[in-house]
Design a protein around this ligand. Structure first.
Ligand code: AVI
Length: 333
């Protein structure tokens, strides 16, 4: 039954989600260190993983349903259209290892297409979302064994012992890989190869390079949901780090850097002002920015080159007719 799902810690222990809540990524100490050092450096920056507190996660869900935000629906449509072919190329009877507990709907589509999956292992640092996703999926897929692992999926080196001797298929959806720098993305793919092991397959969703006239609205929607998502970082600072930031004196901005091939999100100071966080003062000039997110875009060939450099052999890439998004199947010899 759903509520019996226990969460696996790489140390080998199991724990309840509640007991772990204070240790989740973005827990206050780590958040405080990142904010104090990020506001103190030039250019100022705060890592995008801190967007996802409860309110930020809700706003992100809203973003995925926006007209302007094409990635989620396009990737979902690719999974619907090519599920059978993906399953045939990925290999049957494999343990499914998902990096991030992101979108249960996409996972459910993939599970449906794969047919027999002996065990499903989602890895995420956020215990609560991990448990919620596992509960929902266990309701959708009768008899599926789910072993959620609480860990930083970019760095974890351990899976539950049940995977020993079993072939694995990795799944990393939503172009979350685009939120990593090229070097971090390569390091992630190398670590995923270690974790998934010889003979593994890996399905990765990657947003494609395209006209900035499509990209910019996807990160600056008319309804202001992405702006609220970005500004929630300042609200989170006020809530958790005793901040006094006036949200009306900062604005959301999204720009496309064609050289780096990435959308950058920033928070721009609308006035010359001083803000306080945990008793420390930070002076902003009017127009000064805090860099809050990178979202890298790749051509099919660029991503295949990155994956190859990390030891993976590209087996196939699916794209939609408008060339908005790509799904890559990689293999490890
Ligand atoms: C989670 N990640 C892949 C999203 C993206 O498109 O980079 C986060 C996001 N930021 C603004 N809108 C969506």
């Amino acid at each position: 039954m759903a509520s019996d799902i226990s969460l696996y810690l790489p140390s080998g222990a199991t724990a309840s989600a509640a007991a772990l809540r204070s240790e989740e990524a973005g827990g206050s100490d780590e958040f405080a260190d990142a904010v104090l050092s990020g506001l103190g450096r030039r250019p100022r920056s705060i890592p995008c993983r801190f967007f996802y507190d409860a309110k930020g996660s809700e706003l992100f869900e809203e973003i995925t349903a926006l007209d302007e935000y094409y990635p989620t629906r396009t990737e979902t449509a690719l999974l619907e259209a090519h599920g059978e072919e993906i399953a045939a190329l990925a290999g049957s009877g494999r343990i499914l290892v998902e990096f991030g507990s992101g979108s249960s709907r996409k996972t459910s589509l993939l599970l449906g297409a794969l047919g027999e999956v002996p065990v499903y292992i989602p890895i995420d640092i956020a215990a609560e979302s991990l448990r919620e996703a596992a509960e929902w999926l266990s309701g959708q897929h009768d008899g599926l064994t789910i072993l959620p692992v609480i860990a930083d999926f970019t760095a974890t080196r351990v899976l539950p012992p049940i995977v020993r001797g079993q072939k694995r298929l990795g799944f990393f959806s939503g172009s979350t890989i685009g939120n990593l720098t090229h070097a971090e993305a390569q390091a992630f793919l190398v670590n995923a190869a270690y974790l998934l092991g010889r003979g593994a397959s890996f399905l990765v969703g990657v947003d494609l390079k395209k006209d900035p006239a499509i990209l910019i609205p996807a990160y600056n929607d008319k309804g202001g949901v992405t702006a609220a998502f970005n500004l929630n970082l300042l609200e989170r600072i006020n809530r958790e780090l005793d901040g006094d930031i006036d949200l009306d004196r900062f604005a959301h901005d999204a720009v496309y850097d064609g050289i780096q091939g990435r959308i950058e999100m920033h928070l721009v100071s609308l006035a010359s002002q001083t803000v306080r966080v945990l008793g420390r003062a930070f002076r902003f000039a009017k127009g000064e920015r805090i860099h809050t997110e990178n979202s890298h875009k790749y051509s099919v060939e660029e991503f295949q080159a990155l994956a190859s450099a990390a030891g993976w052999a590209p087996a196939h890439a699916w794209t939609d007719a408008d060339r908005l998004f790509s799904l890559h199947l990689l293999r490890l010899a």
